[in-house]
Design a binder for this molecule. Sequence first.
Ligand code: 5GP
Ligand code: MG
Length: 176
Amino acid sequence: MDRVLLRAEQIKQRVHELAEEIGKLYEGEPSGLTIVPILSGSIIFLADLIREMPMPRMRIALVQISSYGQRATPGETKTLINLTGDIRGRHVLIVDDILDSGGTLRRVQSMLSAHKPASIRTAVLLRKPAKAPSDLKVDFIGFDIEDLFVVGYGLDYAGLYRNYPHIGVLKAGMMG
Ligand code: 5GP
Ligand code: MG
């Protein structure tokens, strides 16, 4: 790793805060909450987040989105796995690892809206303010970061480094 931007302990603390905030919002909601993580980058964030949210009526439905390759036009996406659960009339929280150009979240938000949920909110662990479009609605943000390609805590480079516990920037030689 060239540089660690966020250490595991820092991430843990922030995830705890987010879980409290989100938990309070849906507290007492009789129909509960359906979490829709965007695979695969969100899995570590998801696992830590939901275990800090003591919510009896929580469900999970999955989607998988991918960009059209490593150096694709920003915002270009395709759906690899369609929504795996029924969200009609349910409160939905989309969970993703990082908001970059916003293409992924835009696609998922519009995909899910078509299923007529009771509400849709979005939580991302990271946001790159330099790139994120201002008209895209995101309700919970863990950290704003510089416009750098980061890995770890679920985020990959060519499928690798998802299990690295911190979030950091790879050494130049380690990328392509
Ligand atoms: P967007 O569609 O917002 O441009 O990009 C979002 C998706 O691209 C994220 O869900 C993530 O999979 C990937 N992505 C964007 N920036 C980074 C980054 O810095 N590192 C990694 N590993 N993936 C990123
Ligand atoms: Mg992703």
